[in-house]
Every structure is written in C-alpha cells, then in structure tokens.
Design a protein around this ligand. Structure first.
Ligand SMILES: Cc1cc2nc3c(=O)[nH]c(=O)nc-3n(C[C@H](O)[C@H](O)[C@H](O)COP(=O)(O)OP(=O)(O)OC[C@H]3O[C@@H](n4cnc5c(N)ncnc54)[C@H](O)[C@@H]3O)c2cc1C
Length: 513
C-alpha cells in the first residue's frame, strides 16, 4: 500500500532516515516496521513562524517495497541523420541539441567561446587582472551564461514545457536528485561545469557535434529562407534549419540581423544594481535568530515594491554568494551573482532592478534599448576608474545622497570604488531604487542598513531586444528555417526556461523544417 502525506520535520531531522520514518509512523498511525520505504516528492523550508521547519510531501510504502524507476533518457545514433545548426552552447543550445537527438536529427552546435576547462583561465584573468576576453567570459563559452552561474533552477515557466524532464536530464548528467524535490533547486557553480561537460559527451556519443571558437558572423539567407551560416567570417555551413540561441549579450547578432533587414524589436528590460549584505543579517531576519542553526541553509529573500508606476524587484538572489564581473566587451561593467553548491561564502547578494519601458528611451530604433544599456555599462566602467573596478555605495548613503566614506568588505574580486551611483544610473532608476530600499527594509528586518553595499550595474537581467517568431512554427516571420530561441530572442529568462525553449525549438524544427 502507498500513501502520500505532508509532514513537518525539525531542521536537525532533515536528511535523517530514522527520524523521518518515526514521523511517518506517527502521522500514518502504522508501526515503523511496516514502512518499508519512502520517497520525498517535495521539500521546502517554512520560516513563517519563529520555529523554522521543513515541510515535506512524502509517499510512504507500507508493507511493500517500491519499484525502482530511475529516469534515464537513451539517445540513438544520429551521425548520419539530417543536421540542424544550433548557434550558442548555453542551456538553450545544449537542450535543443539533446532534443534534436531524441527527435532523430543531428545537432551541430557552434559556440564562439571555449570549452568549460579553458574558459576557467579567462575567468581568472577577468577576476585577477580585470582583463575581458570578448569571446570567453562569464557569458560566452560552453554552457553559456549558465555555467558559472548560481545554478538556481527555479522557474515559473511551467506552462511552456516539461520542467521535470529538464531537471531529470540535469540529474542524469550529474546533478543530485535533491533538485527534483526542493522548492528552490540549486546546483552551484562548482558542480555546473561537470554537468555541462557530461551533456557535451552525450551529444558527441550520439553522433552530434559541438564546435568551439566558432563565432557565427553571418546568416546565409536566400529567397526568405535560411540556408546556413558563416563562421568566423570565412567558413560556410549549410542547413535547412538554424536555431539561434545566442543569449542576451550577443549584441553583434542583433546588429547583424538589423543590418540584413531581418526584423528585430526593441524590448523592455530591467536595470539596477547588485546588493550585497552579510549573510548573517539575512539569516537573522528570515530565521528569527541571532545565529543560523547549522541545520539550516543560508537564507534567501525575494522582495518586490511598486514605486509610482514602476516595479522594483530583487532577483537572482544568491545566498552565500559572490558578485561576478560579467562584461562581454572591453570598457564596460556588468555585475551578476553566483554561489557554490554549499553556499558557504559570508555574503548574500541579489540583483535589485527597476523596469525600463520602451517609453523611457526615445526614438524608433529597434536597437535603442541595447544602446542605452551599453552606454550605462560604459559609464559604470569610467566611474569605477578601469580594470573592472566597479562603482559602489553603501545602502543608506545611496538613499540619503552622500558618498560613502569607505565601502564594506565585499565579494566582488576586481574591487569596488566609492562613488555616487546616481552618476551612472538614469534618474528614474536611481529615484525608484531610493524609494524602494527603505520599503524593503520594512519587509525584511535589518535589510536597510549601511552594512549593505550597492554595486553597479546590473544591466543584463533580460534581453533589450526581441527577435520575433511565429507562435506556432517558432520561425522568424521573414526567414523560414530560422528559429530565434530563448533568452537572447526574448523568450526565456533563466537556465530552466532557456532549456525548455531550446527543447521547444528543436521540436518545432522536427515539425516544420
Ligand atoms: C553570473 C550569472 C549567474 C546566473 N545565475 C542564474 C541562476 O542561478 N539561475 C538561472 O536560472 N539563471 C541564472 N543566470 C542566467 C542564465 O545563465 C541565463 O538565463 C541562461 O544561461 C540563458 O540561456 P541561453 O542559452 O538562452 O543563453 P546563454 O546562456 O547566454 O548562451 C548563449 C551562448 O551563445 C554563444 N554565442 C553568442 N553569440 C554567438 C555567435 N555569434 N556565434 C556562436 N556562439 C555565440 C555565447 O557564447 C553563449 O555561450 C545567471 C547568469 C549569470 C551571468
């Protein structure tokens, strides 16, 4: 007999098999010896009251043992099948490739950056010397922006596709199966590169291809139909279908499309700063304690405030995290955040951004939001004074309009410089943040403090350009066979939603190309 039940556990009982069986036995009113096994279906932390607890949805197996039904996707060999070109090896490109194989098509993935191993050296140069390799950085290279990210796998895109299958594929390639049950699944920067490598191996073993240092510099279009791409300005690769999964930082791709009179559209995005607190402040606020119990993970928050007609919100919160320099061009500052699987750094950071609407940037140019974004990133660079030193300000100083006498110790490795962030942010972003931060402080005790630092600028939370596509066929309305995909095209935000969009584009290729 099987029974599903919701139970609660004290933090110290989480992960303890005997404790869980005891609780199940009491809750189900059956002797413990009759509970042969159990499966956790969902797990979350409930910190609403002073006593923090874990809530678990559990399936108990009473007087019966479960049949083991581990998910393993088996991939056939596609080396001699019709091929599909996939531009970009981010989550979208890689999951599109896996789905192409499942659909009996041969994916050829073209990635401008390097493989995960070689990419590491370029990240070290960014952090230690302030040098950006414009083809290999936190956004470009195998695994895309997802590889050296936090690996939070939480998404609201549940109507767009099979989230569970994406998570299962991550587990098949090395993630722990905790991600299948946790309310806020997380992998961690230290583990992601191995998983990305394993996905590449699956693609290669099935007869697909993943090519590095292959920057797509042109699209071959004849009679309103894509015929292939040009790589590194010279090599022509032909195909009937091209999935364009180049992410939101590939400005050259937007420029290329615009130059070729292939429709692109300006898109609203969000802009702001990364905010970092000592993790202990967030723990104390969320867990109602002075010092976090060793049985609880570093605490998380999510904050939102409407200021006049604008949304101000935190996103990509990284407990125990690091602020990362994520520029893709020289002389610009872009920040984002990541955390290792253990989330054991002493800081908590999150992007805190303000909506930027099309009306905020005058003109009709479809690339105007992108130029606006780039100009702010350059101003931040100049304000920092070079070598990726980022402009920073303490939180209360920012709101009260004074330069910070000094900056708190923080996790941003290239260094921070005390400035007036007002000088890099547009007025409406500055004013909205200024009004929202004290309000956030009312929602989260201790949040509004001069111990927190604001680091500029968080400008790549989403794409400033949309590449249109047909709702049913997923193809560009003017170019048959061209499949604009995921975050760079404006249809995803985050690892899982990008992966889902990759899967959807691969399925569209099977049906329509
Ligand atoms: C530091 C950091 C932390 C993040 N943390 C999280 C998180 O915890 N959870 C989450 O859900 N999301 C997170 N994100 C966002 C997430 O990584 C992106 O949403 C996701 O990677 C988008 O996937 P994508 O495949 O659409 O694009 P990308 O991941 O951007 O991949 C695009 C790929 O295309 C390649 N490319 C671009 N132009 C060309 C060209 N011309 N020719 C060939 N290749 C090209 C790029 O090199 C890149 O590898 C984070 C991002 C960063 C930078």
């Amino acid at each position: 007999m099987q029974k599903e039940i919701e139970i609660t556990l004290a933090p110290e009982e989480n992960g303890e098999e005997q404790a869980l069986k005891n609780v199940l036995s009491k809750a189900l009113k059956v002797e413990i010896s009759r509970i042969k096994d159990y499966k956790i279906l969902k797990r979350s932390i409930d910190a609403r009251s002073r006593k923090v607890i874990y809530r678990l949805q559990v399936r108990a197996f009473i007087d019966e043992t479960p049949v083991v039904d581990a998910f393993v996707m088996k991939y056939g060999n596609v080396s001699n099948s019709k091929h599909v070109l996939i531009v970009g090896a981010g989550p979208a490109g890689l999951f599109a490739a896996l789905q192409c194989i499942e659909n009996g098509l041969k994916p050829i993935v073209l990635e401008r950056g390097k493989d995960v191993k070689q990419r590491r050296r370029d990240l070290a140069a960014i952090n230690k010397e302030g040098l950006v390799n414009t083809e290999s950085n936190y956004c470009y290279g195998e695994g895309g922006a997802g590889t050296y990210s936090d690996g939070k796998l939480y998404t609201r895109s549940n109507k767009r596709g099979d989230i569970h299958k994406v998570l299962q594929l991550f587990v098949q390639h090395g993630a722990t199966d905790d991600i299948l049950v946790d309310a806020r699944p997380h992998i961690g920067t230290n583990k992601l590169p191995h998983i990305i490598t394993a996905i590449r191996e699956t693609i290669l073993n099935a007869g697909g291809e993943v090519r590095f240092d292959q920057k797509v510099t042109d699209l071959i279009v004849e009679f309103d139909r894509v015929r292939g791409v040009v790589v590194n300005g010279e090599e022509r690769l032909l195909a009937d279908a091209v999935i364009l999964a180049t992410g939101h930082s590939a400005r050259d791709i937007y420029e290329l499309l615009h130059r070729k009179h292939i429709l692109v559209e300006a898109k609203p995005f969000a802009l702001g700063v990364r905010i970092e607190h000592p993790q202990s402040i967030i723990d104390a606020a969320q867990y109602h304690c002075d010092i976090r119990s060793e049985f609880l993970p570093p605490a998380y928050y999510s904050l939102v405030e409407q200021v006049a007609d604008r949304g101000v919100f935190s996103f990509c919160m990284c407990p125990g995290g690091i602020i990362a320099p994520c520029a893709t061009h020289e002389q610009e500052i872009v920040v984002n955040g990541w955390s290792p699987s253990k989330r054991n750094n002493p800081y908590a950071n999150s992007g805190t951004v303000v909506q930027v609407t099309l009306d905020d940037v005058a003109g009709e140019d479809p690339l105007r939001m992108m130029h606006f974004q780039a100009a702010i990133e350059r101003t931040a660079f100049n304000l920092g004074g070079g070598s990726l030193v980022a402009p920073g300000q303490r939180m209360v100083d920012f709101v009260e309009g004074r330069v910070s006498a000094d900056l708190p110790k923080n996790s941003y490795l290239p260094g921070t410089k005390s400035v007036m962030l007002k000088d890099t942010l547009p007025d409406f972003v500055h004013d909205s943040l200024k009004r929202a931060l004290p309000q956030f402080g009312k929602k989260l005790r201790g949040y509004y403090t001069n111990e927190a630092i604001l680091v500029g600028v968080e400008s790549r939370s989403s794409s400033p350009v949309r590449i249109p596509r047909d709702k049913e066929t997923f193809q560009h309305p003017q170019v048959a066979g061209l499949y604009p995909c995921a975050e760079g095209a404006g249809y995803a935000g985050g690892i899982v939603s990008a992966a889902i969009d990759g899967v959807n584009c691969a399925n569209a290729v099977l049906r329509f190309s």
